[in-house]
Design a protein around this ligand. Structure first.
Ligand SMILES: C[S@@+](CC[C@H](N)C(=O)[O-])C[C@H]1O[C@@H](n2cnc3c(N)ncnc32)[C@H](O)[C@@H]1O
Length: 261
């Protein structure tokens, strides 16, 4: 065998070796990737189950209990929000975007309080001063509190927003808190899941809900039923509050539970 033939054979064998090694690597790579898909599916299933569990918890306890729940295990908050975003990605329109568009048409000098802000998208999208409130703060701009008891001053807010956040069984105390912090004439905007207001499926009567809020001291300006997934209620705070009002009959708001997909 000549020197050049030997070199050729050696080269070939190196190529073969490389080929064999690469094929083996590829095989090895394919194997775990198959199982990691399986693992991903398992993780997704687990986190989906976790999301539904946390979601149900939030709809069936008071705000104070929810605050304790997340204080004990803050990672559950991230899990909840990851699942919530997944659910929302199926909605044709996000209520928070409708509210952002509404705000953009108003004066940027209006001071906003976003009750149950989640990712604080409102604060990130408008020029207004926005107080973003939620049970957990992953961002220095979010105030961690139970929204029935916020650190906001009396009559300091022009627009109070509840976007899918009337979750606690004591939801009326959140609206009372909004009433406390709102200036007379200030706006109260509530976006809620439509099924919670469908009396045919155990939901509240939207009229009873509006009446209760009106009794508290608000004027109902508009109800927007045009969206498939949510209702938007617009109120303004009356200039004069009726302190001698009778006991308000708050309708029960049924939990919004998500099905396993
Ligand atoms: C369904 S998410 C909606 C988030 C955001 N408003 C949006 O539209 O994307 C409801 C949020 O309300 C918050 N929340 C529920 N009860 C609360 C309470 N008592 N005090 C403060 N935040 C609360 C939850 O932690 C959650 O982030």
């Amino acid at each position: 065998m000549t020197k050049s033939e030997r070199k050729k054979r050696n080269n070939k064998s190196k190529d073969e070796q490389r080929f064999t090694a690469d094929t083996a690597k590829l095989r090895k790579f394919k194997e775990p990737s198959k199982s990691s898909t399986f693992l991903d599916k398992m993780k997704a299933r687990l986190s989906g189950g976790h999301f539904r569990m946390i979601n149900e918890k939030l709809y069936t306890c008071t705000g104070k209990e929810a605050l304790n729940y997340f204080q004990e295990e803050p990672s559950l908050f991230d899990l909840y929000h990851a699942g919530y975003k997944m659910q929302m990605s199926n909605w044709p329109q996000q209520p928070v975007n409708v509210i952002i568009d509404w705000l953009k048409k108003k004066s940027p000098s209006l001071v906003v309080a976003d009750f149950g802000c989640g990712d604080a998208l409102i604060a990130k999208s408008v020029k207004n001063k926005v107080y973003s409130l939620d049970l957990v703060s992953n961002d220095p701009n979010i105030i961690a509190c139970d929204m029935s008891n916020t650190p906001l001053d009396d009559s300091s807010i022009d627009v109070a927003v509840f976007c899918l956040s009337l979750m606690g069984t004591n939801y009326q105390s959140y609206i009372k808190e909004a009433n406390r912090v709102l200036k007379p004439g200030g706006w109260l905007l509530i976006a809620e899941v439509k099924s919670r207001f469908d009396p045919n499926t155990g939901g509240a009567n939207p009229e009873k809900f509006t009446n209760a809020i009106s009794e508290l001291g608000f004027k109902s300006v508009k109800k927007d039923f045009s969206n498939k997934m949510f209702i938007l209620f617009y109120f303004t705070k009356k200039d004069k509050q009726n302190f001698k009002r009778k006991e308000i009959e708050w309708p029960l708001l049924k939990p919004c539970l998500y099905k396993r997909r």
